[in-house]
Design a protein around this ligand. Structure first.
Ligand SMILES: [Zn+2]
Ligand SMILES: [Zn+2]
Length: 485
């Protein structure tokens, strides 16, 4: 039974289609109206959601587990690393749920009510938590703020509302503990879905998104670096955390402009066989190289390079170049199950290889999280034949990925480049030395040009000064080469 009231702020009709809806946002003046007995109370204006290229809208419908649903409300949330939407669903049978959309990764979650659980501050990535007959592992912890909303919602959301959520995983199952308004938290249980599997109707058309945003999610766009003005290239709405390759400035390009996070981060310059902007054709799909990381094993000299590639339909792909060769790496949507020292995925047992730490020593380009030099993660690798599973644990999250070894020749074919036999992952300083040598030659000539006439006119002390000045210019190169041998 649809309940409709005139908006107390502007008089436009506002509908509550679900009896479970506690609040509705006036579509005309954006007043947030909380339903109380036979009246509504205006608790202030709700901001309009920022354009984020989501194809879902209020009125979108679909079917999940044979249960038809309609989208009746929206919450848009943001945290440091990015943002996501929670679309509020009302099923035909009267039930409710949430369709989460994080840059094109979708989940459907159902409310389980309050659940006794450790306090928000006591949970860490990797911790186990038993629920519904499964051992869930804490995947990430986030504090996000509401940046906009629309339609009907099952609770009142005011200006500056903050969500504190913990995501847990068990195989294909997702569990979210929501500490926003209560302790113990509210639990939501669900799984990953695709819009195709949901048979979604009344999605926003590409034309409508283009009209609203000027482009589609994943379109490669350019913005000026807020530090130096150099063009920064990234896929819109997907990888919006930018590190300027020219000046090291970090910025966030979630909106229309690159917003400064940190200026001129000093970092090591590296030369790598693959560069930002390189195009590759991998297994028939065109990828753009959008980000590059150089990492170092904690407390060890070993370094390696990680390249982030993107395709609008296939999403992200990593290529890792190390002393051992090249690996093609994808983040795992389905987590393996732990059994003693080994892990099992799709019936295959992976044996543990080693634990080590990794630190970012260079970053450039676009990423889907706020990467910076000095970021550290703990890594554990497992192996089964040619395949390797890796688990990365940081203070805020855990990710699992699958690596497959590929030959340098194959990588070369993908990029239409010839890649030298031995990967260059470990020879950072060689490139630097060549650059420094060029500069040293140039400045030596300047020093000699300016000082030789003076030295000729003076005594032996002037000659010593000239030799010292030239020696100082060459010292970093001589010392670096000595260290490398
Ligand atoms: Zn109104
Ligand atoms: Zn810059």
């Amino acid at each position: 039974m649809i309940y409709t009231v005139p908006c107390p702020s502007c008089g436009a009709p506002v509908s509550f289609r679900s009896a479970a809806s506690v609040m509705a946002v006036c579509g005309y003046c954006r007043a947030s109206l909380v339903r109380e007995a036979d009246a509504v109370r205006d608790i202030g204006k709700m901001a309009e959601a920022m354009e984020d290229y989501s194809p879902i809208q209020i009125t979108t419908s679909g079917v999940w587990n044979n249960r038809p649903f309609g989208v009746v409300g929206r919450l848009q949330l943001r945290y440091d690393d990015g943002g996501w939407n929670e679309w509020y669903l009302v099923f035909e049978d009267g039930g409710t749920g949430w369709l989460g959309d994080a840059s094109g990764q979708y989940t459907i979650m159902l409310d389980q009510g309050a659940l006794p659980a450790p306090a928000f501050g006591d949970l860490r990535p990797g911790q186990a938590f038993n629920h519904a007959g499964a051992s869930f592992i804490v995947a990430d912890l986030r504090t996000a703020r509401c940046t906009g909303g629309a339609g009907e919602l099952p609770f009142a959301v005011g200006q500056g509302w903050e969500a504190r959520v913990v995501d847990l995983r068990a195989g294909e199952r997702f569990l979210t503990l929501d500490y926003s308004d209560a302790d113990p938290p509210r639990a939501y249980l669900g799984q990953a879905v695709t819009l195709d599997a949901l048979k979604c109707q009344l999605l926003r058309s590409d034309d409508a998104i283009l009209k609203g945003a000027g482009r589609l999610r994943g379109t490669i766009v350019n913005l000026a670096c807020p530090g130096c003005g150099a063009p920064l290239t990234f896929p819109a709405g997907v990888a919006t955390q930018l590190v300027c390759p020219a000046c090291g400035t970090r910025s966030d390009a979630t909106g229309d402009q690159a917003v400064l996070i940190e200026k001129h981060q000093a970092q090591e310059q590296v030369s790598t066989p693959l560069a930002l902007g390189d195009q590759a054709k991998i297994d028939g799909t065109e990828y753009s190289l959008i980000g590059r990381l150089r990492c170092q094993e904690t407390g060890e000299p070993a370094t390696w390079t990680e390249y982030l590639l993107y395709n609008a339909r296939q999403g992200f792909l990593w290529l890792v170049e190390s002393e051992e060769g090249w690996d093609k790496v994808r983040v795992q949507d389905i987590w393996p199950e732990t059994s003693g020292d080994s892990v099992v995925l799709d019936g295959t047992r992976y044996e543990k290889l080693y634990d080590y730490g990794s630190e970012v020593i260079h970053a450039a380009g676009a990423f889907n999280w706020r990467v910076k030099v000095g970021d550290r993660v703990e890594i554990t690798d497992w192996q089964a034949g040619e395949k390797k599973l890796g688990r990365e644990t940081s203070a805020a999250e855990i990710t699992w990925s699958m690596a497959e070894s590929v030959s340098a020749e194959t990588v070369g074919k993908w990029f239409s480049k010839t890649l030298g036999g031995k990967p260059q992952g470990l020879s950072t300083t060689r490139g630097d030395t060549a650059e420094l040598a060029k500069l040293a030659v140039r400045y030596s000539l300047i020093v000699l040009f300016l000082n030789v006439p003076i030295a000729l006119a003076g005594g032996i002390e002037n000659w010593i000064l000239v030799i010292l000045a030239v020696g100082l210019l060459w010292w970093p190169i001589i010392s670096k080469n000595t260290q490398e041998e």
